[in-house]
Design a protein around this ligand. Structure first.
Ligand code: MV4
Length: 498
């Protein structure tokens, strides 16, 4: 096992990874930007190093600075978390060259899956169902038209190097197609440095269902659970659940085995996710996410498997000790991403200082977060406050616990999307499990949020009153926590030396 791992990320996911390291007795190194010098994850780590100013290009994306710290500290592995360098093939390759273990798949696999066209080709070879497409780069309207004649409208133009919904467009007619090819090509060029686009049949009202996989370097590959991530806005997932409400044991086994077939065919190692679009009883491969995902926690809740610990073990060359037949889906889990953003103002970020804070607790509640009272959410990074996850013996219990947890949650100082989550959890179509990627618009969720606003404000003020707003006290508590952590650390060191 590793002695020391560098975590090339920030916030809640840096803490999540270091928690796994702590349980495995691995020392941790944090790297941070000037904007994060007081962030909790820097204190949690055994060592922490400043790598640059707030802009990500100068800090969390600054490979040279990260490798300097890795070498200086003797870190044997680097965990990239999600976002930032996690799906950067160049970064993974540099780790391989420097003799530092990249905790993720090989740079070759990251590169191949980074090209949607190459990924599609690999999946066809492996016998995995893909969305109808000509599967080749489209350079101009004339060749696009030939593909359109074959597939029929509606179509979707996608950037091969795309991600996060950028460089994608639905086209319904020749007229639209004519105007779109060159514009998507230039969007792709400026966003990804690659103008390659291709055309797929557009699937209407699909559900987004993904399969978590885990593979070791000995040829073993498992599927853990499916997740449904249909409730999203502008390609930003807001609510995820495991398993999907439409899942049956038969469909899960089929999609799971398809995901394994996909992973094995490309020589996948470590944790990953195979994404599918599900529409009218059929499912189609969409892409492979070659990283630990934000929503991995709900799979942990229903399987009992610590995905990050497994990542660390397989990255060290250990064989997976779990067998497929031992993996059982136990109950149901939901994640609400609690963001500092205002749902009634187009979900605009609401940066600022958290003045009062108390996260939910009690039976079946898991909170992954990197914030605390006095923490300032800056405009430099995403506005996530925490991932609120609930588990229940069935979906109804998970929903009831989520409603209860959202009621308990107190955040004062920044606007949050908690009212949005409350509206969804009480919505009869959500309760029935009728989800699509158009859920928020189809059911006018924001109108419900507006209607509930006044009543919920009074309710949450009552809870917030219980947490006194006294900045001196807050400073004293912060200092006490710091000295407690330092004392605990030196006690820990003493134990190690004994
Ligand atoms: C699609 C699609 C419909 N048809 N492809 C969005 C992100 C990118 N990874 C692929 N996406 C989609 N591809 C075809 N042929 C609909 C989407 C899509 C979507 C997918 C997953 C989750 C949310 C979504 C929201 C809108 C569109």
């Amino acid at each position: 096992m590793f002695n020391k791992v560098l975590v090339a990320n920030r916030g809640e996911i840096a803490i999540r990874i270091m928690r796994a390291c702590k349980e495995l007795d691995i020392a941790t190194v944090a790297v941070y930007s000037e904007a994060d010098s007081n962030a909790l994850f820097t204190k949690y780590a055994d060592e922490a190093y400043l790598i640059g100013p707030a802009p990500t290009s100068k800090s969390y994306l600054n490979m040279d600075a990260i490798f300097d710290v890795a070498k200086k500290t003797g870190a044997e592995g680097i965990h990239p978390g999600y976002g930032f360098l996690s799906e950067n093939a160049t970064f993974a390759r540099r780790c391989e060259e420097e003799g530092i273990t990249f905790i993720g798949p090989s740079s070759e696999v990251i590169k191949q899956m980074g090209s949607k066209i190459a990924a599609r080709e690999a999946m066809i070879k492996a016998g995995v169902p893909v969305v109808p497409s000509n599967g080749k780069p489209i350079e101009d309207y004339e060749s696009a038209q030939k593909v359109a004649d074959k597939l029929g409208y509606p179509l979707m133009i996608k950037a091969s190097a795309g991600g996060g919904g950028i460089g994608m467009k639905v086209v319904n007619s020749d007229e639209e197609l004519k105007n779109s090819i060159s514009s998507i090509r230039s969007v792709a060029k400026s966003a990804f440095g690659d103008s390659t686009v291709f055309i797929e049949k557009y699937l209407d009202e699909p559900r987004h269902i993904e399969m978590q996989i885990l593979a070791d370097s000995h040829g073993n590959c498992l599927y853990l659970s499916d997740r449904e991530c249909s409730i999203q806005r502008r390609h930003q997932k807001l609510i995820e659940e495991a398993p999907s409400p439409i899942m049956t044991p038969e469909l899960r086994a089929e999609m799971g085995n398809t995901a394994i077939k996909a992973a094995k065919s490309i020589g996948y190692e470590n944790a990953g996710t195979v994404e599918f679009l599900y529409s009218k009883g059929d499912y189609y491969f969409l892409e492979v996410n070659t990283r630990l995902q934000v929503e991995h926690g709900i799979t942990e809740l229903v399987t009992g498997i610590d995905i990050v610990k497994e990542q660390l073990k397989v990255a060290c060359g250990e064989e997976l000790s779990i067998r497929q037949e031992d993996i059982k889906i136990n109950g149901s889990a939901i994640e609400c991403r609690i963001n500092a953003e205002d749902p009634l103002n187009d979900f605009n970020p609401s940066p600022g200082k958290i003045l009062r804070y108390r996260s939910a607790g009690g039976p079946g509640v898991r909170v992954d977060s990197g914030v605390h009272v006095g923490y300032t959410i800056t405009p430099f990074y995403d506005s996530m406050i925490s991932k609120l996850q609930t588990w229940g013996r069935d979906r109804d219990e998970a929903i009831a616990r989520m409603k209860r947890a959202l009621f308990e949650y107190v955040v004062v100082g920044v606007k949050t999307n908690i009212p949005f989550h409350r509206a969804v959890m009480s919505h009869e179509e959500f309760i029935k499990g009728n989800l699509t990627t158009h859920f928020i618009d189809d059911y006018n969720i924001l109108d419900i949020v507006a209607e509930n606003a006044e009543c919920q404000r009074r309710e949450s003020d009552t809870l917030a009153m219980a947490l006194e707003d006294n900045s001196k006290k807050v400073a004293a508590i912060s200092a006490a926590v710091s000295s407690y952590i330092n004392a605990a650390k030196s006690a820990n060191m003493k134990n190690k030396n004994e």
